[in-house]
Design a protein around this ligand. Structure first.
Ligand code: VJV
Ligand code: CA
Ligand code: ZN
Length: 396
């Protein structure tokens, strides 16, 4: 397979792939948007292209309680580890049960094997971080991670354990400064909050921003860290609020401009890139018009900087497009994006899930008609100006 596809190991650097197939078997509930089996679909496409031959593949173990406790409170972990799905009152009388740690509502339901699911996601992310720290990998991929909303003692937005924070804490044992970048359509609030008061982590999130109508409602342009002058974390949170319908061209020019400036000023030793695929056109929850190429261009830009990097998954609610994006991004990591066929492999199991047989469906193929673009050139320029000004306060 590897020979026929022409895919070979990248020269001069190592890519590792970290997954736990047991994680993918969990269910949030029939109609819940989060589908762990999108990971199975993604891997199936990645393997069908023969990409596993160009990477070190690891089946990861679940994170231990102590590893989870590097970020989360033990009260929360103890509850998460013992609470049963039946524990939430489901009677019609009690529409709004008083949820402990925000667990058991419709966004963060209790389901069978919840604690295992969470510790597996964190286990893959942590394994990826350790391979970066030991310099065995230059790029480490953990598509099962990226659950950026989870807080120290609270579940939020389909996220229970913040595998990204746990992985970054591991990176900080080795690297003085880590840059976190988040291209999920939602604001990366949990990661931002966790590193709010340190200057060793800069966070930058690109997201749809509408405080009243889009989750989680935070991440305004001028929310940049603690306001106090004496707090080292001041100015170390960058937020890029966007509106419906942003295109590849606009997004990539903004991404390159902003991330380019941040890297130049902050000089991170490692990058953690959350690749939430709900920023793609046609996502069940998203609002943008990004194509697989535009989403992947962000990964390509980061890779060109030659800084050790972890690629995390995250959101993504139209599984066939999630699989396309994470397959294309895996190909970028191993530098075979120009070698792989844009036609999906003939022998791909699950081929019928993809509707079109291309890795790069057009907006018209995905949506019929593109969503109206509400992002003006002026607003884009205002964002660049604000970030440029903000970076004057970041010490290099
Ligand atoms: O907007 C919200 C919160 C509400 C309360 C709960 N209802 C269901 C929706 C409105 C205010 N939550 C968001 C959470 C988005 C999380 C995104 C996670 C990530 O991609 O950033 C990272 C993995 C939201 N948007 C849409 C839904 N919840 C939603 C939840 C459902 C649902 C349909 C939509 C839960 C269950 C079911 N359908 C059956
Ligand atoms: Ca984001
Ligand atoms: Zn999201």
């Amino acid at each position: 397979l590897a020979e026929s596809s022409g895919i070979t190991r990248p020269k001069g650097y190592n890519v590792s792939f970290h997954c736990n197939p047991e994680m993918e078997k969990h269910h949030f509930g029939m109609t819940h948007p989060m589908k762990p089996w999108r990971l199975t679909l993604s891997k199936s496409l990645i393997y069908s292209y023969g990409m596993s031959f160009a990477m070190d593949n690891y089946l990861t173990r679940a994170a231990t309680y102590e590893e989870l406790a590097s970020f989360h409170s033990t009260d929360y972990l103890d509850f998460l580890g013992t609470v049963l799905p039946e524990a939430v009152p489901r009677d019609l009388e009690n529409q709004n049960p008083d949820l402990k740690f925000n667990l058991g509502g419709s966004d963060c339901p209790l389901f069978d094997g919840l604690y295992d699911y969470c510790s597996m996601s964190a286990g893959s992310a942590l394994d990826a971080a350790r391979k970066i720290c030991s310099q065995q990998s230059d790029i480490a991929i953990a598509w099962g991670g990226g659950l950026h909303h989870a807080k120290k003692a609270e579940a939020s937005g389909f996220c229970y354990i913040n595998d990204i924070v746990i992985a970054i804490l591991e990176l900080l044992r080795f690297y003085p400064r880590v840059l976190y970048i988040d291209i999920d359509v939602h604001h990366g609030d949990g990661v931002e909050e966790a590193f709010f008061s340190t200057d060793r982590v800069m966070t930058v999130s690109f997201h749809k921003y509408d405080p009243n109508n889009f989750f989680p409602g935070t991440g305004a342009l001028d929310d940049n860290g603690p306001k106090s002058e004496h707090n080292p974390g001041a100015h170390h949170a960058v937020n890029v609020p966007l509106q419906d319908g942003i295109t590849d061209e606009q997004y990539d020019s903004l991404f390159n401009n902003i991330v380019g400036r941040i890297v130049e000023k902050f000089r991170p030793g490692a990058i953690a890139l959350q690749c939430g695929a709900d920023s793609l056109a046609g996502d069940r929850l998203g609002r943008f018009n990004l194509q697989v190429q535009g989403h992947g261009a962000c990964v390509e830009f980061c890779k060109r900087m030659n800084i050790p990097m972890i690629l995390f998954g995250g959101g993504g609610y139209t599984p066939r497009n999630v699989a396309r994006a994470w397959t294309y991004e895996t190909s970028i990591a191993i530098n075979c994006q120009d070698k792989i066929s844009p036609i999906l492999p003939e022998h791909a199991p699950w081929r019928e899930h993809f509707r079109q047989d291309t890795l790069f469906p057009t907006i018209e193929q995905i949506l019929g008609e593109a969503r109206a673009n509400k992002n003006t050139a002026k607003k884009m320029q205002d964002i660049v100006n604000h970030v440029t000004e903000q970076l004057r306060f970041v010490e290099s």
